[in-house]
Design a protein around this ligand. Structure first.
Ligand code: 5GP
Length: 189
């Protein structure tokens, strides 16, 4: 019997360490697919188009919305972010498991439409640490950091949307926990 792949939704407030955890997770589970989102925000130093995001213009993003190309999309920090429907569905139908990294608005939308997925939330050890990590990044102005911190605080209040909640005290341990969740879900009847 052929079976569909599992879709894992991963949300975390900005600066939680999700990117590092996902990089390690890719090394540990190379068969796992990661959805590359579209966004209208500028690429940060070290980010590559087509790998970290598909960086597109606002006009092109809005065209894709009109054409129904997104499984979900959201406006975050005044920029658009969206997950292409075809990418996720293609992997899923191929029997491949896929991770979608999206914000709480996106997760809420997918819950509202009863989208079949496993919802995982990654918490920072504390908001103070989140602030420190965001400050260390040195890529954004103080206002942007403050905005992201406020969004982070709001996101933490919406934990009930999720099936699993992890606290990222230690990235190695977090990756182990993610692998345990993925393996357990693969065994679910
Ligand atoms: P960043 O700009 O720091 O890469 O991401 C900001 C936020 O956008 C993060 O919470 C990230 O999970 C979220 N995000 C990235 N891609 C998508 C997407 O395709 N859809 C939604 N809803 N959120 C996304």
């Amino acid at each position: 019997m052929e079976s569909n792949g599992i879709v894992f939704i991963l949300s975390a407030p900005s600066g939680t360490g999700k990117t590092t955890a996902c990089r390690l997770l890719k090394q540990r589970l190379p068969e796992l697919k990661f959805s590359v989102s579209h966004t209208t925000r500028e690429a940060r130093n070290g980010e590559t188009d087509g790998i970290d995001y598909h960086f597109i213009s606002q006009k092109d993003f809005e065209k894709k919305i009109q054409r129904g190309k997104f499984l979900e999309w959201a406006k975050i920090h005044k920029q658009y972010y969206g997950t292409a429907f075809d990418t996720v569905d293609g992997h899923r139908k191929n029997g491949e498991d896929i991770i979608i990294e999206i914000d709480v608005q996106g997760a809420q939308f997918l819950r509202d439409i009863n989208y079949k997925a496993v919802f995982i939330f990654m918490m920072p050890p504390s908001l103070k640490e989140l602030e420190e990590r965001l400050n260390k990044r040195e890529t954004e102005s103080e206002n942007t950091i403050r905005e992201r911190l406020e969004v982070g605080k709001k996101e933490i209040k919406q934990l009930t949307l999720y099936d699993y909640i992890l606290t990222n005290f230690d990235v190695e341990e977090t990756v182990e926990n993610l692998i345990s969740i993925i393996r357990a879900e693969r065994c679910r009847k």
